[in-house]
Design a protein around this ligand. Structure first.
Ligand code: NAP
Length: 292
């Protein structure tokens, strides 16, 4: 038996970290409400996609449980783009609303870029707009996309400083991979981004102190691709042959090599909603500061 195969990674418990951060959210929400600013999130769902309905329900429930005011608006899949944009403009102007989230994907006849760009930057708590992405790239304050923001909190919770570490991100979507790479760079890691055209991903990940996998394909990261002791963050959400939720990492193999690993479920998933609450609180706090 090799030394590496005797190691067992510590699980990074996203559920526990999430509970801790949500408790802080509750305290901040109560303090804001006492000052007359109840933090409010508007969630819009267009159409009947069952997975989207579950995500939206969980977001609304999380708001209700932690002292945020939430407005849930559900529309038929036939809603026109013009009507949706008009609704967003009304929410932009509503002082009771500090964050606006339009659940993706939208029906094909609606231009999602136009929708995202119509949300006021000050209420873009998903951090998906071009302005928010530019703020992140320039290192300016702004809302960070919730999933990579949550991944950063999970990495921070290990206590391992990122400065000078080599981080590899697999996946380059605008919502996860790219902002993840920028956040790691901002934390002074040396960052490599891999994607579907990368030749020999293992060559890169074997040198990595931190690997974040956001691909959407089971077993993208296997034990022979991981440096002993590395931090492994598994963003993927897939179904295995038994229909059970699983990530992009071969957890059973990788946990014998890595130092830390996030489970699926119970890792990145709960943190995504938690960071949405944090962004909404921060938005409301900005308003309260401006009123003071
Ligand atoms: P996406 O938009 O489909 O992007 C996937 C990325 O993976 C792309 O950049 C793609 O490369 C890359 N890729 C595809 N096949 C690859 C391969 N064989 N090797 C290396 N890279 C490959 O997906 P996403 O929205 O970023 O989400 C990724 C995963 O995370 C999905 O499973 C999603 O469900 C999950 N997710 C989870 C949460 C959560 O809260 N837990 C939140 C968001 C997403 P190209 O750019 O070259 O095509």
């Amino acid at each position: 038996m090799t030394l590496a195969s005797t190691m067992t990674a510590q699980l990074i418990n996203g559920t526990a970290l999430s509970q801790q951060i949500r408790a802080e959210v509750g305290t901040r929400a109560a303090a804001l409400s006492a000052r007359g600013v109840t933090p409010g999130l508007a969630v819009i769902l267009v159409g009947e996609d069952p997975a989207s309905a579950v995500y939206v329900r969980n977001k609304v429930k999380a708001c209700q449980e932690h002292g945020l005011h939430s407005v849930f608006e559900k529309y038929d899949a036939t809603m026109s783009e013009a009507d949706l944009l008009a609704r967003i403009r009304a929410l932009n102007a509503d002082p009771a609303i500090h964050g606006i989230l339009v659940q993706m994907p939208l029906p094909k006849h609606i231009d999602s870029t136009k929708v995202i760009e119509t949300i006021a930057t000050a209420k873009d708590v998903d951090g998906y707009s071009v302005q928010s992405a530019g703020d992140l790239m320039a290192g300016l304050p702004g809302f960070r996309p919730c999933t990579p923001y949550g991944c950063m909190k999970l990495i921070e919770s290990t206590g391992v400083p990122l400065k000078g570490k080599h981080a590899v991100v697999i996946g380059r979507s605008n919502t996860v991979g790219k902002p993840m790479a920028l956040l790691l760079l901002q934390a002074n890691a040396t960052v490599t981004v891999c994607h579907s055209a990368t030749v020999d991903i293992g060559h890169h990940t074997r040198q990595a102190d931190v690997v974040v996998v956001a691909v959407g394909r089971r077993n993208t990261l296997r034990a022979d691709m991981v440096k002993p002791g590395a931090i492994v963050i598994d963003v993927g959400m897939n179904r295995n042959d038994e229909g059970k939720l699983c990530g992009d990492v071969d957890t059973a193999g990788v946990r014998d090599i890595a130092g830390w690993i996030t489970p699926v479920p119970g890792g990145v998933g709960p943190m995504t909603i938690t960071m949405l609450l944090v962004n909404t609180i921060e938005s409301a706090e900005r308003v309260a500061r401006a009123q003071a």
